[in-house]
Design a protein around this ligand. Structure first.
Ligand code: ADP
Ligand code: MG
Length: 329
């Protein structure tokens, strides 16, 4: 989908009011009745309908004729719009450039601030593939009856943001976090190639140890990346140093399947180095000894993240919906 930041500046305050009313109504309705939108926005009925028509033409909302009533739902475009507008209102970003990645559950764009500094915008797209699963698992949502892709994508972004922040604060090699709004996170652009695209390195052994040391460092801080592979490791163009990205699936070393996740991360690196660089080492970290030796630091980042507001309850919701891929405890 195309993001258009210039469009952001051409929305009247009434249109914005109607759009946010649709978003608010979505908390309790899959299809927000037009009458409710009018009520929430506090605008005249006729006026609201006209504005809804304009918003629908721009694909920010979609009209749905329900068997019982006529209404609207917020589209991905509308939700993107609201997030981008929030970020640009705060002066975190100004313009949107190329899309550089389409993941299964995210879109990645290059964006810039008013001075032209490039950053990366990651839009979480949970539910693009698993909306049905989300609906089926609605029991897990507790009081929240209409769990939606919007809510799940926002949770994923909040989780990734929480991890990015603590990891960066503790000097892990991750992009600098810049801002977060709704389902989006804004972070430093790393001028790098994904390890996946690299055929040769000056010293595979050195890179291998750096990556294994990182897995160990994570574990000493109570964390397992959970998706530590050649797609989520970037190699800086300037100096060949690795940078780790993509955190929505991080798990705590206290998770009941921690050892399995840990071994999978280690195995991904070993396999990749064997195949790509014909490099194999008998040295690699083992879960039990890594955990028992502890680190030189005495912080537990899994605990820090939980204290930051992204707690177990939120983790659980994400975990239930996303199957085995997203856990903390
Ligand atoms: P997904 O969850 O879809 O895998 P990622 O966070 O792994 O999303 O990002 C997908 C791709 O986008 C990465 O493989 C990388 O090429 C690029 N990318 C993501 N974040 C950055 C960044 N901060 N700097 C540069 N490239 C990035
Ligand atoms: Mg990734």
């Amino acid at each position: 989908m195309k993001l258009d930041a210039t469009d952001l500046r051409y929305v009247t305050s009434e249109e914005f009011r109607v759009l946010t009313s649709v978003e608010m109504g979505s908390k309790n309705h899959e299809v927000v009745p037009s009458t409710l939108i009018a009520q929430v926005s506090g605008l005249r009925n006729g006026g609201v309908n006209k504005i809804l028509g304009t918003l629908a033409k721009r694909n920010l909302v979609a009209k749905v004729q329900n068997s019982k009533y006529e209404g609207y739902r917020l589209t991905y475009g509308g939700y993107d719009y609201l997030a981008l507008r929030a970020l640009s209102k705060r002066d975190s970003m100004y313009s949107v450039g190329n899309q550089i990645g389409v993941g299964k559950e995210s879109d990645i764009h290059i964006v810039a601030d008013t001075e032209g500094h490039e950053m990366v915008l990651k839009l979480h797209r949970l539910g693009r593939v698993s909306f049905r699963a989300i609906k089926e698992k609605r029991d897990y949502m507790g009081k929240r009856k209409s769990a939606s892709w919007m809510y799940m994508s926002r949770l994923a972004a909040q989780k990734e943001w929480a991890f990015l922040k603590v990891l960066h604060e503790h000097q892990f090699p991750v992009p600098q976090p810049i801002d977060q709004a709704r389902h989006c996170i804004l972070m430093e652009f790393i001028d790098a190639y994904p390890l996946r695209q690299i055929d040769q390195v000056p010293s595979p052994g050195k890179l291998y140890s750096q990556l294994m040391d990182l897995i160990t460092r994570f574990a000493h801080a109570g964390l397992i990346h959970g998706d530590f592979n050649e797609f989520n490791i970037l190699i800086r163009r300037s100096n060949g140093e690795p940078v780790v990205i993509d955190f929505p699936q991080m798990v705590s070393t206290s998770h009941q399947n921690a050892e399995w996740y840990f071994n999978r991360d280690v195995e991904c690196i070993r396999t990749f180095f064997r195949r790509r660089f014909r490099y194999e080492s008998i040295i690699y970290p083992r879960f039990k000894s890594t955990i028992s030796e502890g680190g030189k630091d005495d912080f537990r980042l899994d605990v820090v993240v939980e204290a930051s507001g992204f707690g177990r309850q939120e983790m659980k919701v994400l975990e239930q919906v996303c199957g085995s891929s997203i856990h903390l405890y």
